[in-house]
Design a protein around this ligand. Structure first.
Ligand SMILES: [Zn+2]
Length: 328
Protein backbone atom coordinates (compact mmCIF):
# COMPACT_ATOMS: atom_id res chain seq x y z
CA UNK A 1 0.00 0.00 0.00
CA UNK A 2 1.35 3.36 -1.05
CA UNK A 3 1.17 6.11 1.57
CA UNK A 4 0.33 9.69 0.56
CA UNK A 5 3.09 12.24 1.22
CA UNK A 6 3.00 14.18 4.47
CA UNK A 7 1.99 17.85 4.16
CA UNK A 8 3.78 20.11 6.66
CA UNK A 9 3.61 23.74 7.74
CA UNK A 10 4.81 25.64 10.84
CA UNK A 11 5.56 22.55 12.90
CA UNK A 12 2.38 20.64 12.05
CA UNK A 13 2.22 17.63 9.77
CA UNK A 14 -0.82 16.12 8.05
CA UNK A 15 -0.80 12.42 7.30
CA UNK A 16 -3.60 11.81 4.79
CA UNK A 17 -5.34 8.43 4.86
CA UNK A 18 -6.80 8.14 1.38
CA UNK A 19 -8.37 4.86 0.33
CA UNK A 20 -9.46 4.66 -3.30
CA UNK A 21 -12.95 3.28 -3.92
CA UNK A 22 -14.33 1.62 -7.01
CA UNK A 23 -18.07 2.11 -6.51
CA UNK A 24 -19.81 5.36 -7.38
CA UNK A 25 -18.20 8.69 -8.13
CA UNK A 26 -16.65 9.53 -4.77
CA UNK A 27 -13.20 8.30 -5.84
CA UNK A 28 -11.71 7.87 -2.40
CA UNK A 29 -12.55 8.02 1.28
CA UNK A 30 -10.24 10.36 3.17
CA UNK A 31 -9.41 11.13 6.74
CA UNK A 32 -6.48 13.06 8.16
CA UNK A 33 -4.13 12.55 11.07
CA UNK A 34 -2.48 15.78 12.23
CA UNK A 35 0.69 15.70 14.27
CA UNK A 36 1.22 19.02 16.08
CA UNK A 37 4.46 17.87 17.69
CA UNK A 38 2.77 17.06 21.02
CA UNK A 39 -0.35 15.17 20.06
CA UNK A 40 -2.26 13.51 17.24
CA UNK A 41 -5.67 14.75 16.09
CA UNK A 42 -7.79 12.66 13.75
CA UNK A 43 -10.17 14.57 11.49
CA UNK A 44 -12.93 12.20 10.31
CA UNK A 45 -12.68 8.46 10.67
CA UNK A 46 -13.31 6.84 7.29
CA UNK A 47 -15.60 3.88 6.79
CA UNK A 48 -16.10 0.83 8.98
CA UNK A 49 -14.43 -1.85 6.87
CA UNK A 50 -11.40 -4.06 7.56
CA UNK A 51 -9.70 -2.62 4.48
CA UNK A 52 -10.00 0.95 5.73
CA UNK A 53 -8.89 -0.04 9.22
CA UNK A 54 -5.79 -1.75 7.78
CA UNK A 55 -4.96 1.29 5.66
CA UNK A 56 -5.39 3.58 8.67
CA UNK A 57 -3.07 1.48 10.84
CA UNK A 58 -0.61 1.22 7.96
CA UNK A 59 -0.35 5.01 7.59
CA UNK A 60 0.08 5.46 11.36
CA UNK A 61 2.79 2.80 11.44
CA UNK A 62 4.68 4.33 8.51
CA UNK A 63 4.82 7.60 10.44
CA UNK A 64 5.96 5.84 13.61
CA UNK A 65 2.66 5.76 15.51
CA UNK A 66 -0.07 3.40 16.67
CA UNK A 67 -3.82 3.83 17.20
CA UNK A 68 -3.18 4.32 20.93
CA UNK A 69 -1.21 7.51 20.13
CA UNK A 70 -4.30 9.34 18.83
CA UNK A 71 -5.54 11.95 21.30
CA UNK A 72 -8.87 13.13 19.88
CA UNK A 73 -11.29 12.74 17.00
CA UNK A 74 -12.94 15.66 15.20
CA UNK A 75 -15.84 14.85 12.87
CA UNK A 76 -16.95 17.02 9.92
CA UNK A 77 -20.39 15.31 9.82
CA UNK A 78 -22.17 12.12 10.83
CA UNK A 79 -22.25 10.20 7.50
CA UNK A 80 -21.06 6.60 7.69
CA UNK A 81 -18.03 7.17 5.44
CA UNK A 82 -16.75 9.81 7.89
CA UNK A 83 -17.33 8.17 11.27
CA UNK A 84 -16.59 4.54 10.40
CA UNK A 85 -13.61 3.81 12.63
CA UNK A 86 -14.75 5.74 15.71
CA UNK A 87 -15.92 2.64 17.57
CA UNK A 88 -12.80 0.62 16.68
CA UNK A 89 -10.52 3.43 17.86
CA UNK A 90 -12.44 3.97 21.12
CA UNK A 91 -12.29 0.24 21.82
CA UNK A 92 -8.50 0.65 21.96
CA UNK A 93 -8.34 4.02 23.71
CA UNK A 94 -10.99 6.27 25.25
CA UNK A 95 -10.45 9.68 23.67
CA UNK A 96 -12.76 12.68 23.22
CA UNK A 97 -14.91 12.90 20.08
CA UNK A 98 -16.02 16.30 18.79
CA UNK A 99 -18.84 16.93 16.32
CA UNK A 100 -21.48 19.54 15.56
CA UNK A 101 -24.40 19.68 18.00
CA UNK A 102 -26.74 18.49 15.18
CA UNK A 103 -24.61 15.37 14.75
CA UNK A 104 -25.43 14.13 18.25
CA UNK A 105 -28.98 12.71 17.70
CA UNK A 106 -27.86 11.40 14.31
CA UNK A 107 -24.85 9.51 15.70
CA UNK A 108 -26.69 8.30 18.79
CA UNK A 109 -29.76 7.38 16.70
CA UNK A 110 -32.28 8.04 19.44
CA UNK A 111 -35.71 6.54 18.79
CA UNK A 112 -37.63 9.81 19.02
CA UNK A 113 -35.39 11.40 16.42
CA UNK A 114 -35.55 8.42 14.05
CA UNK A 115 -39.36 8.20 14.30
CA UNK A 116 -39.67 11.92 13.57
CA UNK A 117 -37.36 11.49 10.57
CA UNK A 118 -39.35 8.54 9.22
CA UNK A 119 -42.61 10.51 9.47
CA UNK A 120 -40.96 13.48 7.81
CA UNK A 121 -39.90 11.46 4.76
CA UNK A 122 -43.23 9.61 4.50
CA UNK A 123 -45.13 12.90 4.41
CA UNK A 124 -42.68 14.42 1.92
CA UNK A 125 -42.92 11.48 -0.49
CA UNK A 126 -46.71 11.56 -0.19
CA UNK A 127 -46.84 15.25 -1.08
CA UNK A 128 -44.36 14.75 -3.94
CA UNK A 129 -46.56 11.98 -5.39
CA UNK A 130 -44.03 9.16 -5.06
CA UNK A 131 -45.08 7.22 -1.97
CA UNK A 132 -45.19 3.97 -3.95
CA UNK A 133 -41.64 4.35 -5.31
CA UNK A 134 -40.52 5.35 -1.80
CA UNK A 135 -41.48 2.04 -0.16
CA UNK A 136 -37.94 0.67 -0.41
CA UNK A 137 -36.46 3.82 1.14
CA UNK A 138 -39.08 3.87 3.90
CA UNK A 139 -38.38 0.21 4.67
CA UNK A 140 -34.69 1.10 4.95
CA UNK A 141 -35.48 3.88 7.41
CA UNK A 142 -37.60 1.46 9.44
CA UNK A 143 -34.72 -1.01 9.41
CA UNK A 144 -32.37 1.68 10.73
CA UNK A 145 -34.81 2.47 13.55
CA UNK A 146 -35.20 -1.20 14.51
CA UNK A 147 -31.42 -1.79 14.47
CA UNK A 148 -30.52 1.58 15.96
CA UNK A 149 -28.89 0.08 19.03
CA UNK A 150 -26.30 -1.82 16.99
CA UNK A 151 -25.76 0.97 14.45
CA UNK A 152 -25.51 3.88 16.85
CA UNK A 153 -22.26 5.44 18.00
CA UNK A 154 -22.98 5.56 21.72
CA UNK A 155 -20.09 7.69 22.83
CA UNK A 156 -20.07 11.05 24.53
CA UNK A 157 -19.82 13.69 21.84
CA UNK A 158 -18.49 17.13 22.68
CA UNK A 159 -20.89 19.38 20.77
CA UNK A 160 -19.50 22.13 18.54
CA UNK A 161 -21.05 25.28 17.10
CA UNK A 162 -20.06 28.10 14.73
CA UNK A 163 -16.96 29.94 15.95
CA UNK A 164 -15.97 27.44 18.64
CA UNK A 165 -12.25 26.98 19.06
CA UNK A 166 -11.06 23.41 19.36
CA UNK A 167 -7.28 23.13 19.67
CA UNK A 168 -5.80 24.80 16.56
CA UNK A 169 -9.10 24.99 14.73
CA UNK A 170 -12.04 27.34 14.44
CA UNK A 171 -15.35 25.65 13.73
CA UNK A 172 -17.18 26.89 10.64
CA UNK A 173 -20.76 25.70 10.13
CA UNK A 174 -21.32 24.74 6.51
CA UNK A 175 -24.75 23.01 6.34
CA UNK A 176 -26.30 21.78 3.09
CA UNK A 177 -24.70 18.41 2.47
CA UNK A 178 -25.94 17.53 5.97
CA UNK A 179 -27.38 19.69 8.79
CA UNK A 180 -24.30 19.01 10.93
CA UNK A 181 -21.62 19.71 8.30
CA UNK A 182 -18.72 21.75 9.66
CA UNK A 183 -15.22 22.68 8.54
CA UNK A 184 -12.18 23.01 10.77
CA UNK A 185 -10.07 26.05 9.96
CA UNK A 186 -6.43 26.35 10.97
CA UNK A 187 -5.93 30.07 10.45
CA UNK A 188 -2.19 30.01 11.11
CA UNK A 189 -1.48 27.48 8.37
CA UNK A 190 -4.41 28.48 6.16
CA UNK A 191 -5.63 24.91 6.17
CA UNK A 192 -9.31 24.02 5.96
CA UNK A 193 -10.50 20.50 6.77
CA UNK A 194 -13.65 20.70 4.71
CA UNK A 195 -15.54 17.39 4.87
CA UNK A 196 -17.93 17.04 1.94
CA UNK A 197 -18.51 20.75 1.36
CA UNK A 198 -16.41 20.89 -1.79
CA UNK A 199 -14.97 18.07 -3.89
CA UNK A 200 -12.45 18.46 -6.68
CA UNK A 201 -14.06 16.16 -9.24
CA UNK A 202 -17.72 15.63 -8.40
CA UNK A 203 -20.54 17.76 -7.11
CA UNK A 204 -21.66 17.55 -3.51
CA UNK A 205 -25.25 16.48 -2.92
CA UNK A 206 -27.33 18.78 -0.76
CA UNK A 207 -29.29 16.03 0.96
CA UNK A 208 -32.82 16.73 2.21
CA UNK A 209 -33.17 16.40 5.98
CA UNK A 210 -35.56 17.61 8.67
CA UNK A 211 -34.41 20.02 11.37
CA UNK A 212 -34.88 18.97 15.01
CA UNK A 213 -38.54 20.13 14.85
CA UNK A 214 -39.28 18.06 11.74
CA UNK A 215 -39.31 20.99 9.30
CA UNK A 216 -37.65 20.51 5.92
CA UNK A 217 -34.29 22.25 5.69
CA UNK A 218 -33.71 24.24 2.50
CA UNK A 219 -30.56 22.32 1.76
CA UNK A 220 -29.71 23.65 -1.72
CA UNK A 221 -29.93 27.21 -0.38
CA UNK A 222 -27.85 26.23 2.65
CA UNK A 223 -25.24 24.56 0.47
CA UNK A 224 -24.91 27.62 -1.80
CA UNK A 225 -24.48 29.85 1.25
CA UNK A 226 -21.90 27.47 2.71
CA UNK A 227 -19.91 27.51 -0.55
CA UNK A 228 -19.95 31.34 -0.53
CA UNK A 229 -18.83 31.30 3.09
CA UNK A 230 -15.99 28.96 2.18
CA UNK A 231 -14.93 31.26 -0.68
CA UNK A 232 -14.54 34.06 1.85
CA UNK A 233 -12.01 32.00 3.82
CA UNK A 234 -8.35 32.62 3.19
CA UNK A 235 -7.23 29.03 2.73
CA UNK A 236 -4.22 27.70 0.88
CA UNK A 237 -5.20 24.05 1.15
CA UNK A 238 -8.53 22.31 1.61
CA UNK A 239 -8.48 18.76 2.92
CA UNK A 240 -11.74 17.19 1.67
CA UNK A 241 -13.52 13.97 2.66
CA UNK A 242 -13.12 12.52 -0.82
CA UNK A 243 -10.82 12.91 -3.83
CA UNK A 244 -7.82 15.27 -4.05
CA UNK A 245 -6.54 17.99 -1.76
CA UNK A 246 -7.76 21.35 -3.15
CA UNK A 247 -5.48 24.37 -3.68
CA UNK A 248 -7.83 26.57 -5.74
CA UNK A 249 -11.03 26.58 -3.70
CA UNK A 250 -12.33 29.96 -4.89
CA UNK A 251 -12.19 29.09 -8.59
CA UNK A 252 -13.62 25.65 -7.88
CA UNK A 253 -16.51 27.15 -5.89
CA UNK A 254 -17.36 29.44 -8.82
CA UNK A 255 -17.65 26.46 -11.17
CA UNK A 256 -19.80 24.56 -8.64
CA UNK A 257 -22.20 27.50 -8.23
CA UNK A 258 -22.39 27.90 -12.01
CA UNK A 259 -23.30 24.21 -12.31
CA UNK A 260 -26.00 24.64 -9.68
CA UNK A 261 -27.40 27.63 -11.60
CA UNK A 262 -27.45 25.58 -14.82
CA UNK A 263 -29.28 22.77 -13.07
CA UNK A 264 -31.89 25.16 -11.68
CA UNK A 265 -32.45 26.62 -15.17
CA UNK A 266 -32.94 23.15 -16.66
CA UNK A 267 -35.57 22.41 -14.01
CA UNK A 268 -37.28 25.72 -14.80
CA UNK A 269 -37.45 24.73 -18.47
CA UNK A 270 -39.16 21.42 -17.58
CA UNK A 271 -41.70 23.28 -15.44
CA UNK A 272 -42.21 25.74 -18.27
CA UNK A 273 -42.85 22.73 -20.51
CA UNK A 274 -45.80 21.74 -18.33
CA UNK A 275 -44.35 19.37 -15.72
CA UNK A 276 -46.09 20.15 -12.42
CA UNK A 277 -45.26 17.42 -9.90
CA UNK A 278 -41.93 16.65 -8.24
CA UNK A 279 -41.95 12.96 -9.20
CA UNK A 280 -42.62 13.83 -12.86
CA UNK A 281 -39.80 16.36 -12.79
CA UNK A 282 -37.50 13.72 -11.27
CA UNK A 283 -38.35 11.23 -14.05
CA UNK A 284 -37.92 13.84 -16.79
CA UNK A 285 -34.61 15.08 -15.40
CA UNK A 286 -32.99 11.89 -14.17
CA UNK A 287 -34.64 9.21 -16.36
CA UNK A 288 -33.65 5.69 -15.15
CA UNK A 289 -31.72 7.15 -12.20
CA UNK A 290 -35.13 8.03 -10.72
CA UNK A 291 -35.65 4.40 -9.74
CA UNK A 292 -31.96 3.42 -9.43
CA UNK A 293 -31.05 6.23 -7.04
CA UNK A 294 -34.50 7.22 -5.83
CA UNK A 295 -33.60 8.77 -2.51
CA UNK A 296 -30.74 10.95 -3.83
CA UNK A 297 -32.71 11.99 -6.92
CA UNK A 298 -35.79 13.07 -4.93
CA UNK A 299 -33.53 14.86 -2.51
CA UNK A 300 -32.00 16.87 -5.40
CA UNK A 301 -35.39 17.62 -6.96
CA UNK A 302 -37.05 18.75 -3.72
CA UNK A 303 -33.98 20.78 -2.77
CA UNK A 304 -34.02 22.64 -6.09
CA UNK A 305 -37.80 23.16 -5.99
CA UNK A 306 -37.41 24.74 -2.54
CA UNK A 307 -34.58 26.89 -3.89
CA UNK A 308 -36.58 28.04 -6.94
CA UNK A 309 -39.59 28.74 -4.76
CA UNK A 310 -37.49 30.76 -2.31
CA UNK A 311 -36.00 32.68 -5.27
CA UNK A 312 -39.60 33.46 -6.35
CA UNK A 313 -39.12 31.75 -9.71
CA UNK A 314 -41.88 29.20 -9.06
CA UNK A 315 -44.95 28.82 -6.85
CA UNK A 316 -46.64 25.70 -5.51
CA UNK A 317 -50.30 24.78 -5.11
CA UNK A 318 -51.63 21.74 -3.21
CA UNK A 319 -54.26 19.68 -5.01
CA UNK A 320 -55.64 16.50 -3.38
CA UNK A 321 -52.64 16.38 -1.04
CA UNK A 322 -50.01 16.67 -3.81
CA UNK A 323 -47.85 19.73 -4.52
CA UNK A 324 -48.05 21.14 -8.05
CA UNK A 325 -45.39 23.59 -9.19
CA UNK A 326 -45.82 26.45 -11.69
CA UNK A 327 -43.72 29.34 -12.94
CA UNK A 328 -44.22 32.38 -10.73
ZN1 LIG B 1 -21.26 13.03 3.58
Amino acid sequence: MEVMPTISSLGHSVYPVILKTTNGSIGSINCYIINDGDSLTLIDAGIDTDLYWEEFIHVLKKKGFAVSDIDRILLTHHHEDHVGLVKRILAIKQIPVYAHVEAVPRLKMDQGFLTMRQNFFKKMYEEMNCLEEAQFRLAKLENTRVNAKALAIQVDIIPLRQGDKVFDYTVMETPGHSPDSICFYDEKRKWLFSGDLLLSKSSTNAIIEPDSEGNRLKTVIQHRESLRKCASIDAELLFPGHQNVIDNHRALIETKIQKMDDKAERMISFIQGGIEKANDLAKAYYKSKYTEEFSLVMSEIVGYLDYLEESKRIIKVKKAGIWHYFLA
